[in-house]
Design a protein around this ligand. Structure first.
Ligand code: PRP
Length: 206
C-alpha cells in the first residue's frame, strides 16, 4: 500500500509542492487537484487538512507522515515523531500591539489562536493576563478593542503592518516539520525510508 502523507493546506502546501518537485517527485496531480481533499500520485496518497487536523490524522495512524508547522506542534503537543525540519515555513511567535499605543497599567488582555503558548509565555514572565481564544485573523482583536495585544505567528510581517500593529517581543522560531506516526515508522519502515531519505537529501542540497 502506498504511504499516506497528510499535508497542511494553504501556505505550507504551496511551499511543500515546490520542495517536493525539486526532489523529482511527480506533483502534477497535486497542483491540479481542484477542491479534492484526497489525491493519489505515483508514489503516495495525499490528504489535505488544516494543520492541527494533520497531527490528529498522523497521531491515529490514518496518515503515516505529516507536513505541518512547528507552531502547531508547540501548541498542541501531539503524540507523534517529530522527525526533522523542512526548508520552508519559517516564522516566529510574537507579542504585538497597536502602533503608538502603550500597554495598559493593569492586567493585559491578549488574543491568540495559540492559548497554550500564550499561557506559558506569560507564566515564564510571572505575569497574569486575560487570554481570549480566537480561531483566526487575530490582528482584529486590538483594533476592535477585544484585547490590548496578540500572540501570533509572523512570517513576512505584512499582516501586522497592514493592520497597524507592531511586534514588542519575539520568542520562538519555527519552520515546517515532517512528522510520523509512531507505529508506521516500524511497520512501513522500508516504504517510508525512501521518502524520508529523499526529504533529507533535499535538505542537504538546499
Ligand atoms: C497567519 C498568522 C498571521 C499571518 C502572518 O495567519 O496568524 O495572521 O499568517 O503572516 P505574515 O507575517 O506573512 O503577514 P494565516 O494566514 O495562517 O490565517 P488565519 O489568520 O486565518 O489563521
Amino acid at each position: 500500500m502506498k504511504p499516506t502523507i497528510a499535508l497542511t493546506k494553504g501556505r505550507v502546501e504551496k511551499q511543500f509542492l515546490k520542495f517536493f518537485a525539486s526532489l523529482s517527485y511527480d506533483v502534477e496531480p497535486l497542483i491540479n487537484k481542484g477542491r479534492k481533499l484526497r489525491v493519489e500520485t505515483d508514489d503516495f496518497l495525499f490528504v489535505f487538512a488544516k494543520g492541527v487536523d494533520v497531527t490528529t490524522y498522523v497521531e491515529h495512524g490514518i496518515a503515516d507522515l505529516g507536513i505541518v508547522g512547528e507552531d502547531i506542534l508547540a501548541e498542541f503537543q501531539p503524540d507523534v515523531y517529530n522527525l526533522f525540519p523542512l526548508p520552508f515555513g519559517e516564522c516566529r511567535m510574537a507579542l504585538a500591539k497597536e502602533k503608538g499605543k502603550e500597554w495598559p497599567e493593569g492586567k493585559r488582555r491578549i488574543a491568540s489562536k495559540y492559548t497554550n503558548i500564550t499561557k506559558e509565555y506569560f507564566k515564564q514572565k510571572g505575569e497574569s493576563v486575560e487570554i481570549f481564544k480566537l480561531e483566526g485573523s487575530v490582528e482584529l482583536a486590538p483594533i476592535l478593542g477585544l484585547a490590548d495585544g496578540i500572540v501570533d505567528i509572523v512570517e513576512t510581517g505584512t499582516t501586522l503592518k497592514e493592520n497597524g500593529l507592531v511586534v514588542t517581543d519575539e520568542f520562538m522560531h519555527f519552520s515546517a516539520r515532517c512528522i510520523a506516526n509512531r507505529s508506521s515508522l516500524k511497520i512501513k519502515r522500508n516504504e517510508l525510508a525512501k521518502v524520508i531519505e529523499a526529504f533529507q537529501r533535499g535538505l542537504t542540497v538546499k
